[in-house]
Design a binder for this molecule. Structure first.
Ligand code: ISE
Length: 346
């Protein structure tokens, strides 16, 4: 590993991007925050002043800058393709927040561009793979001690989402997509079919918004996954799962970043500990571990974590999930051929 710090630029400094910029400045070893870019010039300037870094007006100029070695993309999903492809053209490693892109075709264009380069530069920010509990359950399953994984039950709740411009498909694309990646990670298999069911909506969901949603994944090895995603639960951020294997079940997510999970009653009474407000708290440790592992890998000239292929596969399931949400019927997930570059399993 080189002795010099990795100079990282951050594109998009909203909720997640500013969190990453702070992390890179204060909690990641061997790294220097080398610039930020955001369409909101005031927001970028304020953050840059606070973290003592440079503002680039144009995100593509940040990517091209000789002062930037690697890039974190935390902009909205619809500009990811252009920004990630620019990183590939400049031979720079990129940690791209989920979703990799908004549709299968654009995600495949990223996969093809990277496969043509012949080396992995793209990591997709499915941070749960770095969460100690997810990693421990995967290791326990991989050890064979519990036999085959048969059924996985995932729960994903957010306190609330904005009621303006919020659409039901966003629950699939932005929230359920984490369960897609977690299921692929824990099973080590692809999702081959998805069914999204619409129970009676909560009165707290916006007009016409289907919330909660219950999704069922059929895995390539025959296992099943049930997912409850409820983004207006009114309580807090609750992400947990139970993996049911041939010999034993593994339960995770009851500790929320060190705070014992709780049962919250309608009048706000609690039993146990606290429920975190949002994912930046619940997965703070996972994000720290993710960014550190990514930076270490880039400095060592290698790569780590969910690949562009993982990003593409998750997007393909989301696309099928949105079709199923509209029809209420099971929808098969067609996947392109997996390039040899992605044979390795992280
Ligand atoms: C958000 O975009 C995230 O990525 C969070 O991890 C997820 O839990 C949340 O539901 C999404 O809206």
């Amino acid at each position: 590993m080189s002795d010099t710090a990795l100079r990282v630029g951050v594109i998009g400094v909203g909720l997640m991007g500013s969190d990453h910029a702070e992390r890179l400045s204060h909690r990641t070893a061997g790294v220097r925050l080398a610039g930020v870019a955001d369409p909101d010039a005031d927001r970028a300037a304020a953050l840059a002043a606070r973290l003592d870094t440079t503002v680039h007006e144009d995100p593509l100029a940040l990517v091209a800058s000789p002062d930037v070695d690697a890039v974190v993309v935390a902009s909205p999903g619809f500009v990811h393709e252009e920004q990630v492809l620019a990183c590939l053209r400049h031979g720079k490693a990129v940690l791209c927040e989920k979703p990799l892109t908004m549709d299968d075709e654009s995600a495949l264009r990223v996969v093809s561009a990277e496969a043509a380069l012949g080396r992995r530069l793209v990591t997709v920010g499915f941070m749960r793979r770095f969460d100690p509990e997810y990693a421990a359950v995967r290791a326990a399953l991989a050890s064979g001690r519990h036999g085959r994984l048969l059924v996985l039950h995932n729960t994903h709740r957010n306190r609330s989402v904005p009621n303006v411009d919020f659409r039901s498909e966003m629950i699939v694309r932005d929230s359920l997509v984490h369960e897609v990646d977690a299921s692929r990670f824990l099973f080590g298999e692809e999702v081959v079919e998805v069914t999204v069911l619409s129970p009676a909506p909560s009165g707290h969901a916006g007009p016409g918004v289907v919330d909660p949603q219950v999704a069922i994944f059929a895995m390539s090895g025959g296992g099943l996954v049930t997912n409850e995603v409820f983004v207006n639960s009114q309580v807090g951020y609750e992400v947990r799962f139970e993996a049911v294997a041939e010999r034993g079940s593994l339960l995770a997510g009851l500790a929320s970043n060190g705070v014992l999970a709780t049962r919250v009653t309608a009048d706000g009474g609690t039993w146990g500990g606290g429920v975190p407000d949002d994912y930046r708290i619940r997965f703070a440790r996972a994000y720290d571990l993710e960014v550190q592992a990514w930076a270490d890998a880039v400095r060592a000239g290698t790569s780590i974590g969910p690949s562009a292929w993982d990003g593409y596969a998750a997007t393909a399931v989301s696309t099928a999930g949105m079709a199923s949400l509209a029809s209420g019927r099971p929808v098969a997930v067609p996947l392109a051929d997996r390039p040899a570059l992605y044979a390795r399993d992280d």
